[in-house]
Design a protein around this ligand. Sequence first.
Ligand SMILES: NC(=O)c1ccc[n+]([C@@H]2O[C@H](COP(=O)([O-])OP(=O)(O)OC[C@H]3O[C@@H](n4cnc5c(N)ncnc54)[C@H](O)[C@@H]3O)[C@@H](O)[C@H]2O)c1
Ligand SMILES: CC(C)[C@@H](O)CC[C@@H](C)[C@H]1CC[C@H]2[C@@H]3[C@H](O)C=C4C[C@@H](O)CC[C@]4(C)[C@H]3CC[C@]12C
Length: 412
Amino acid sequence: MGQEGGGTSGRGWCVAGRLAQADEKTAPSEAHLGALRLWLQLGMADSAQAQKLVYLVTGGCGFLGEHVVRMLLQQEPRLRELRIFDLHLGPWLEELKTGPVQVTAIQGDVTQAHEVAAAVAGAHVVIHTAGLVDVFGRASPETIHEVNVQGTQNVIEACVQAGTQFLVYTSSMEVVGPNIKGHPFYRGNEDTPYEAIHRHPYPCSKALAERLVLEANGRKVRGGLPLVTCALRPTGIYGEGHQIMRDFYHQGLRLGGRLFRAVPASVEHGRVYVGNVAWMHVLVARELEQRAALMGGQVYFCYDKSPYKSYEDFNMEFLGPCGLRLVGTRPLLPYWLLVFLAALNALLQWLLRPLLLYAPLLNPYTLAVANTTFTVSTNKAQRHFGYEPLFSWEDSRTRTIRWVQAMEGSVQ
Ligand SMILES: NC(=O)c1ccc[n+]([C@@H]2O[C@H](COP(=O)([O-])OP(=O)(O)OC[C@H]3O[C@@H](n4cnc5c(N)ncnc54)[C@H](O)[C@@H]3O)[C@@H](O)[C@H]2O)c1
Ligand SMILES: CC(C)[C@@H](O)CC[C@@H](C)[C@H]1CC[C@H]2[C@@H]3[C@H](O)C=C4C[C@@H](O)CC[C@]4(C)[C@H]3CC[C@]12C
């Protein structure tokens, strides 16, 4: 009769947490013991062979980066070591260090080539998500370029010097649009013609960085093998940890549970759940080696079954169940007045900069982007590497609502 418990004792065997007390009749023979030892040795060898890869995630403590890190630990059985490189390391990393995978937190700056080189050395795969996601004027154009472009160049060079063959870059829909002419991109795909002209530092930096990554595909890395790169273009990501969603929620709480419509409901914006974006990164990193000829140098939009809605109506899918109300079936203010207010915000930001950082949600760029339809409809990721969203729309919505509800100050 076995008893619950762990470990082994005396004549007992610990098999899956149960102590199977052996007796004379069931005692294993020498042949059994030999077979068991061989099986364990093969299993451990196989396991060691399976757990052989070193991954590096830059920006691994960010909104998307954290989900990529957790998804890798859940979905990548070949992981031996997971390195998380970020300017700001999160305290939650400590909880990850108790598992079978070696988790190495590296505090570093992608603009510092030597720090990047040290982090990349010995890695088999790099997932580069680090970046300055700033459309609110918080950072200077020079800083945005330095982090997003020079930082990406540093990652590429580090891969070449270290002999790291596989690089996945987190690009953005904004590499395509909306462009400065406000042309809509209506359920387009990776091959849809579109005049991608930008002026804002953020989309310019993402477009330049993406080009560097794609042009690096095929370069010889140390050891003579080719570098295999690809770029993923998420549309507006939402989900647990999304700072802009948090900002909208707190703005609504300050306004007595109300948000005021500024964008027509007819303007469609593509959104994608962070868990599905993370899953696509993991899948691409896994398939890149076997499908290098097909996937190398390619771009893929990140997509799932999230509905096409205006940015504000989509946010209300989560903020509504948390007690907020979007006032107005159409924008409460005329567009010209919104343009004026956005310009006023930009002027105030410039005037106040020596004293404080004033960076409201409404500025000329965010108003233009919010008012321009940009949605994708594609299956390139499915065709090229079998991507299917891991989270349904219903699951993505529920998870996001629960996160908002758990937020400090939530009224629910
Ligand atoms: N959030 C979105 O809707 C969205 C959509 C498309 C693409 N993206 C891209 O996804 C990536 C991650 O975006 P996010 O929304 O998670 O942003 P985020 O700001 O939450 O995360 C970025 C991470 O990069 C780190 N970082 C910034 N500068 C760094 C530096 N110099 N050195 C090292 N680390 C640095 C930050 O500390 C942060 O942890 C970015 O490249 C962004 O362009 C985001
Ligand atoms: C104040 C209103 C006009 C309000 O509706 C403004 C919303 C505005 C802050 C967002 C509308 C569209 C967002 C952007 C879009 O989802 C895609 C992006 C690409 C990604 O790489 C970074 C984030 C972003 C630029 C995202 C930022 C917020 C919006 C501009």
